[in-house]
Design a protein. Structure first.
Ligand SMILES: [Zn+2]
Length: 692
């Protein structure tokens, strides 16, 4: 973390990251320090890859719901042409419309991206109709000629917008009577009338990047592809968007180093042909390339499709940040050192630790919601032969920690001194904990050779053990003098790591609404550790004030570290020997039961602290600087742009050719009004024509 961020955090916890709040949502700002240190070529690659990401975004909306693009176009027209002007009233129409639009942007449609459940607007059909009429009268490009055509358009969108029983779930794994997992799912992986039984005996050629539809009763596979320039492969579904993506990729190739240029060339070929052999060739080349600025673009994760076949459009552009990568470098350089210093017996230590391949990156452009870690490609046959790239995403983790964990760390700190430490170090402590947990924790230790597959023997307790063990490894190493390399304040960060660990354990209770038992593996592992530390006298439970506020307080740090080592040693011995009774005893004794009165207190305090339940991430605004001839000479980042404007700009830039998009982005950066002006001028047809 740089000095500026530290100062921001110290001044106003979380405020530097919380961009907007509405309902139970927060929009958190992803920061991108380190862009200034990229070379000009890297900046150019980053810019054009980001434009490629924007160009593909309409695909993502279209995949997540039949009406998403039409709803988005309608609401954006209202924002640009038909607002009521009651923006000062936080519950007025304009605010309610904007909240719904922000959720639509953040979730990629009107289903929650985590639960898959549909969310509804807080404005009425009548309010929307009036606003749409205002927009039409003001010249909005709604693609209808008069009010009655507009009414018909709105009526058509009405069930998707307002009816909670219409397509209620993005992905339905337990369909209601009369429907199956495909017909009950709102996503567009298959035509609306395609049932699971229809697909029996139907073999897709391009399962990852196609939609299967019925044409006159026959199944047809519509492949996502731009088509080849020689016309040998004709254009397919999303040809328009993918052609734009390809144009931006070609620009990026001009400035990329040889290994990346080779990979991007293969990606272009894949987007043109849609052939999965070309996708494999790209992934192999991508694995071999190690550029500082990198991207994941394509149809990648398959969990939205109930059949687990169809890939969702994903576009993540990132760069390796030297500062953020320090933890990973330390973990790589000292892999053997950290293993040797673990508290358990020599026979369970790995003797030849190969340095981990993980790196720390920051996202520049991310859609859909950015993950905190990536491990790709997914294709098992490529992973086995060529390996995979694994990254931790520092700026996602940082923003999430600042918006959720930091306010909780402050609320659940007992003294002013501890609150101050949380403000200063909680975000860094979180990043270090995750890095050590993922890279040094899960990978550590070796099991008895004769013991066979011990994770099978540990059965339903294996995950609980493994999560607790990885956390304990991180806590064990937190005070290691080698961490001085990361920060002169590493001991303060280590203490905060310990305190934050206790806060997390306590606040986990608010996730279990009923009963007095923990079910989830991470929760159980965490609770087991804290209960063990309390029993050892290293941590105490303190209740103060009226109504009582309970804290889990470190008695003293060396004592806590000693107890951490003791439990860690026990867990490693259990893992190494596959001691089912051993882990069962620990989990049953320490990990499951909790005091429901304490949970009720925690629930009340979390609620009072007004911590958001859903965090949407805003990418940094990328600002190209151009010379007189329109050449890109620099790329900067800004954080002031509103979440709505960010998405309006991305959609606009994504619809243009490379040179035009670059020029317009520079104009928008110079004068923010240029964005709305450009959008109002553009007479785009609504994008509802694609349904089949
Ligand atoms: Zn884990």
């Amino acid at each position: 973390m740089n000095a500026l961020l530290l100062a921001l955090l110290a001044a106003a916890p979380g405020d530097g990251f919380v961009k907007e709040r509405f309902g139970n949502h927060a929009v958190a700002q992803l920061r991108a320090p380190g862009v200034a240190e990229l070379s000009l070529s890297e900046k150019k690659v980053a810019w054009h890859l980001s434009l490629a990401a924007y160009a593909g975004e309409p695909i993502a909306y279209d995949q997540l719901g039949w009406s998403n693009l039409a709803i988005k176009a309608l609401l954006e027209s209202v924002v640009l042409f038909g607002l009521k002007g009651d923006g000062a009233d936080p519950r007025g129409f304009d605010a309610r419309l904007s909240e719904y639009l922000k959720k639509l942007y953040g979730h990629g449609g009107n289903h929650d991206d985590v639960t898959g459940q549909k969310f509804l607007p807080e404005f009425t059909p009548e309010e929307l109709s009036q606003a749409a009429k205002r927009a039409l009268a003001a010249g909005a490009p709604l693609g209808v000629k008069d009010d009655s055509a507009l009414e018909a358009h709105l009526l058509e969108l009405s069930p998707a917008l307002f009816d909670p029983t219409f397509e209620p779930l993005l992905t339905s794994k337990a369909p209601p009577p009369g429907k199956d997992i495909l017909t009950a799912s709102a996503n567009t992986a298959y035509g609306r009338d395609v049932a699971l039984s229809d697909l029996e005996g139907f073999a897709e050629k391009n399962p990852l990047n196609s939609r299967v539809v019925k044409v006159e009763g026959e199944l047809v596979e519509r492949v996502f592809r731009a088509g080849t320039p020689d016309k040998k492969v004709p254009p397919g579904l999303y040809a328009e968007e993918l052609s734009r993506v390809v144009a931006h990729l070609r620009e990026a190739m001009k400035h990329a180093r040889a290994d990346q240029r080779d990979a991007l060339g293969k990606l272009v070929r894949y987007f043109q042909t849609g052939d999965l052999k070309d996708w494999d060739a790209y992934n192999i080349a991508w694995l071999k390339a190690d550029p500082k600025v990198d991207a994941n673009l394509g149809f990648i994760e398959t969990y939205v499709d109930a059949r687990g076949q169809k890939g969702q459009w994903e576009a993540l552009v990132n760069y390796r940040d030297a500062k953020e990568n320090q933890v990973m470098e330390l973990l790589a350089k000292r892999a053997q050192y950290f293993e040797d210093r673990l508290p358990w017996p020599e026979q369970y230590k790995r003797k030849k630790v190969s340095p981990p391949v993980a790196k720390a990156i920051n996202f520049l452009a991310a859609y859909p919601q950015p993950p905190a870690g990536i491990n790709l490609p997914n294709e098992q046959h490529i992973r086995e032969k060529y390996g995979s790239k694994s990254v931790l995403v520092a700026n996602t983790m940082e923003a999430a920690a600042a918006v959720k964990r930091l306010p909780l760390a402050i609320e659940f700190s007992r003294t002013e001194e501890e609150r101050e430490s949380a403000r200063k170090h909680a975000v860094t402590a979180r990043k270090w904990l995750v890095a050590f947990h993922e890279v040094a924790g899960h990978a550590s230790g070796q099991v008895d050779k004769q013991a066979g597959d011990t994770s099978k023997k540990l059965a339903e307790y294996d995950n609980t053990l493994e999560e607790a063990r990885a956390d304990l490894v991180a806590l064990w190493h937190a005070f290691d003098p080698a961490l001085e390399e990361l920060s002169l304040e590493h001991e303060e960060v280590a203490r905060q790591m310990y305190r934050s660990f206790l806060v997390e354990g306590l606040t986990n209770l608010h996730r279990v609404e009923r009963g007095d038992e923990l079910e989830e593996d991470h929760h159980r592992g965490h609770h087991m550790t804290v209960s063990f530390l309390i029993e050892k006298g290293a941590v105490r439970q303190v209740s103060e004030g009226k109504p009582p506020h309970t804290y889990w307080d470190v008695v003293d740090f060396p004592k806590m570290r000693e107890a951490v080592g003791e439990l860690l040693t026990k867990l490693m011995a259990i893992k190494a020997t596959g001691d089912y009774e051993g882990i069962k005893g620990l989990v049953q004794r320490y990990g499951i039961k909790f005091d429901p009165r304490l949970r009720d207190e925690v629930v009340a305090r979390v609620k009072a602290a007004n911590v958001p339940t859903v965090t949407l991430m805003a990418s940094p605004q990328l600002v190209p600087a151009l010379d007189k001839r329109g050449n890109l000479v620099d790329l900067k980042v800004r954080y002031e742009q509103s979440f709505v404007d960010q998405h309006l700009e991305r959609a606009l830039l994504g619809s243009l050719a490379p040179a035009e998009a670059t020029k317009l982005a520079a104009q928008i950066a110079a004068s923010p009004e240029a964005l709305h002006e450009a959008l109002r001028k553009r007479a785009a047809a609504p994008s509802s024509a694609r349904r089949e």
